[in-house]
Ligand binder design. Sequence first.
Ligand code: WTA
Length: 635
Amino acid sequence: MSNYHIKHLEEYYQVYRKSIREPENFWEEVAEEHFMWRKKWDKVLSWDFSKPEVKWFEGAELNITENCIDRHLTTRGNKTAILFEPNSPDEPAEHITYNDLYKRVNKFANVLKAQGIKKGDRVCIYLPMIPELAISVLACARIGAIHSVVFAGFSSSALATRINDSDCKMVITSDGSYRGAKSIDLKGIVDDALEDCPGVNSVLVAKRINSDIAMKEGRDFWLQPLLDEASGECQAEIMKAEDPLFILYTSGSTGKPKGMVHTTAGYMVYTAYTFKNVFQYREEDIYWCTADVGWITGHSYIVYGPLANGATSVMFEGVPSYPDFGRFWEIVEKHKVTQFYTAPTAIRALAKEGVGYLDKFDLSSVKVLGTVGEPINEEAWHWYDDNVGKKKAPIVDTWWQTETGGIMITPIPFVTPTKPTYATLPFIGIQPALMDENGQEIKGNQVDGRLCIKFPWPSMARTIWGNHQRYKDTYFSAYDNKYFTGDGALRDEVGYYRITGRVDDVIIVSGHNLGTAPIEDAINEHPAVSESAIVGFPHDIKGNALYGYVTLKEFGETRDHNNLRKEINQLITEQIGPIAKLDKIQFTAGLPKTRSGKIMRRILRKIASKDISNLGDTSTLLNPEVVQDIIDHAK
Ligand code: WTA
């Protein structure tokens, strides 16, 4: 019997123990029984965290799209694979069956080939949440091109940085996107970005909003006419287990974004296996993850994980507040959604609007609720449990990262008793460790420390595109022979984990990871600015919001210079995107620094959080006098 589907707690412990004692046997069985291989592996795992180098299923050959599409055609050809719910409730939903998906992915793959895209080429996808996004991702995978999806809320300069970092040859975009009552000129953003991207030869443009856009002769092509001409059959490229499947950028605490590289076989096995168990997925379910495919959650749990299980995955183009705050619940009722997976920030925003919006809809189809992206506070957890799940649908608080590829610490619904704000137990095959400041592992329960993982798991990122050294420095150098997550965590008396938040300079705002360094770089470009420091502070809905301390070249009368504030936020919007805008900006005469010149963010964080009772010893600072001045003028 396989261990593919865990159904009670005792079974969890059994399977977990097996996955730790004999990881190779365990994952081999899962891989063997549930996937389609062109050739089986020679070796299940080889690894060395000191290099770091990790290989799963070496020697195996496969194509992930044959696993996500082709093999379902005989049994599920007419089943809906992607259920597209448009931005406007007046536009009908689109049911894309596995047969349809097969045809559309193959056509798209042939278009890519005709444009000269080959195995190993990088293709940047900058699309809204429309079916073409999932289809283009799969089309790349079909021919072995490496997709790099950039979330369509990023600015042109953030897009250009990502295109250039991985030398993308092509960009796939649309004429525009709908976002609630607004529409956004995506193609214009791409055009701006491409001014700085000499390596891009072609742009494929999907039509979504029918806007009148400029098309550059010889470079830009409307997608539909090319698809119309393409054949609906495209042989899947045979990929090696460790061939890159995609690159996805994530913010680091310093420097430019990191292009995390995920490979094929291990990623497929782990995302499929976690999807099945973490959502207790069953054949007739309608599963909905509200994330954007531009983030890892969308890659793993809208596209690859669900489709590898032959599931129906809802893809929603719009926002929770349009046309009103009942939209999510309307969709749940309309499609009889059984698993609903969203972010704490969305839950808080909806909770604030009151239960009136929920009461109008029948949510009885919901069996499992999920959250991801940031710690969920107790109040939001209970609101979700009481009003959406009616106390009958377990909440899976899933902790994981772009780097981990799949869910790492999570309850298994109906199996693991949940506890508000706790991600609970490690998933099968995952070996967490809490570390102290001296690099020692903290054993036992009722302890807290820095969260590491001691043993490889199939879907971990293998490198940072073009910079393996940075991969090693960021994740494998803080602690010997361990993957360091960048998060802090505590383990309670029964061994449940609670993630306490980042311990580095990454700030999570509305579930989006933002590095402080790129934001500070953007601010410092303003001619009036001499220096800046960004910290997070608690925010009711966003979880954290950004507080910027900015010193000006000429300080003088400029403490309340509102235009300057606008200009600074404008710069940030241009360079990164509106998600990185600062909620508060304080102009200061100086920033507190250590004698070696390092900004003391700890102090700034406390002031921003209005927690000045215990600032610690400031006398050793280079410039202790600025601290009082900052406190006196705090926002
Ligand atoms: C945070 C998202 C608490 C964490 C899949 C992590 C969480 C970062 C949770 C990764 C959770 C994610 N509870 N914190 N359930 N899930 N995080 O790369 O700080 O966008 O390191 O991946 O989000 O964010 P990323």
